[in-house]
Write a protein that binds this ligand. Structure first.
Ligand code: 5GP
Length: 169
């Protein structure tokens, strides 16, 4: 495994994003919506950097089979909270082609949130097919397949404390 982003760098970045959210949402009560499964580690760490009143919910999306995106995005588990008239921060592990986030934004907007922004730990700009607005970005990374810190390859490697690239992949 090659390390692309070290644990310490992730820790620092998550702290920074948390600070920014605290400032941007002062006197508000946003809902963090995590996209399962990949975003759960990032969300858990980010949540603990947030000092304003905050709520958490999750949704599940399916589109990837191993390393290849099928291109077809499906909502496999919906939110349990009502997001109408609420400030929503969508928490993603990684934005690649933009298909997943674009699908989720469209879906959530129909529920009339007050505001909806995207926070992603990783951004693979060069693979973008659909432009999506990203308000909080942890790291811009090259178009390589990464694992760790919640991200998997065939359900493995989510437990790594760093972001890595599997040798020979
Ligand atoms: P997009 O729809 O933007 O192409 O892809 C977003 C989703 O694809 C992410 O939420 C993630 O589940 C998966 N994905 C994209 N790139 C990678 C990657 O390099 N590694 C892993 N593990 N998943 C990825």
């Amino acid at each position: 495994m090659n390390v692309l982003i070290k644990e310490k760098a992730i820790f620092q970045k998550v702290k920074e994003i948390g600070k920014q959210i605290n400032a941007d949402y002062e006197n508000k009560n946003p809902i963090l919506v995590g996209v399962l499964k990949g975003a759960f580690v990032f969300l858990a760490d980010l949540l603990r950097e947030i000092e304003i009143p905050v709520e958490v919910d999750f949704l599940s999306i399916s589109s990837y089979n191993g390393k290849e995106s099928s291109g077809v995005v499906r909502l496999t588990n919906d939110l349990s909270l009502n997001i109408e008239d609420r400030d929503v921060i969508l928490i993603e592990d990684i934005v690649d082609t933009g298909r997943t986030v674009s699908y989720i934004i469209k879906n959530l907007k129909t529920r009339k949130p007050t505001s909806l922004v995207v926070c992603t730990l990783l951004n693979k700009k060069e693979d973008r097919i659909i432009e999506v607005p990203l308000t909080y970005i942890g790291f811009d990374i090259p178009g390589v397949f990464v694992v760790g810190y919640g991200l998997d390859y065939l359900n493995r490697y989510r437990n790594l404390k760093y972001i890595g690239v599997i040798n020979g992949k």
